[in-house]
Design a protein around this ligand. Sequence first.
Ligand code: MN3
Length: 228
Amino acid sequence: MTAYNLVDLPYAVDALEPYIDATTMQLHHDRHMGTYVSNLNKIIEDYGYTNLPECIFEFIGGIRFATIDSKDRSRLVFNAGGVANHQLFFSLLDPSAVDSQPEDELAVAINANFGSFEKLQEEFLQAAMGHLGSGWAWLCVDPSGKKIAVKDRLYPTLFVSTTNNHDNPSMIGISEPFGQPILCLDLWEHAYYLKYQNRKREFFDNFWKIVSWKKVAELYDRAKCERF
Ligand code: MN3
C-alpha cells in the first residue's frame, strides 16, 4: 500500500537558478524528500495503518496519537515531518515571485507583529543563523487565539521559531511552541551546500528573493480562519 506520494515540484528543477541550482534541487527533491516518502510508507505498511488522512499536514498534526512502538516513534516523526516540511517548503518558492513582498492584510499583520517586513526578515534570519545543526526555521500563526489590534481590527499573533531535525510546529505535543506554519526554510546543509558551501548566510538571503508571498498569504488566510 502506498500511503503518501512524492509530490512533484511545482516548477522545473532549474527554475530557481541562480538562487537554488538545478543539481541541488534535483537531489533535494528526488533523493532526500524521496527517501523520507519511502521510509514513511514503509512504517505505514509495517504497522498496517488504514484510514490515513489524504493530506500529510493533517497526518503530522495528529502524529503524537499514532499507535506505534516507542522504538519507532522518532523514526515516524522524522520521516513524516521530512515529507510534510519539504512539500511545504518547495510549494512556497516560486521563480515568478522574485523580489515580491507581503501585501494587503498579511502585510498589515506582519507590521503589527514585527514592526515591519524588514524586521521580520531580520528576526527570521537571526533565528535561522542561531540554530545549531539540522532543522527548520518557521513563520507561524499562533493558534492560541491571541490577537493584536490595529485600528479597531484584530490580527492573529505571528511568531518566528526553529525546530530540530524535521519537527514541525503543528505537531501537537511534539514541537514547542505549537504553531500553524505559513513559511519555512530548510536549514539542513543538503539544502544549499553544493552551491553555497559554508556561505549559509548567502543562501538564507537569497531565499527571500524566491518566496511566494501569494502562497504565504493563502496559508495565512487558512490558518487565521481555522481559529479566528
Ligand atoms: Mn531538506
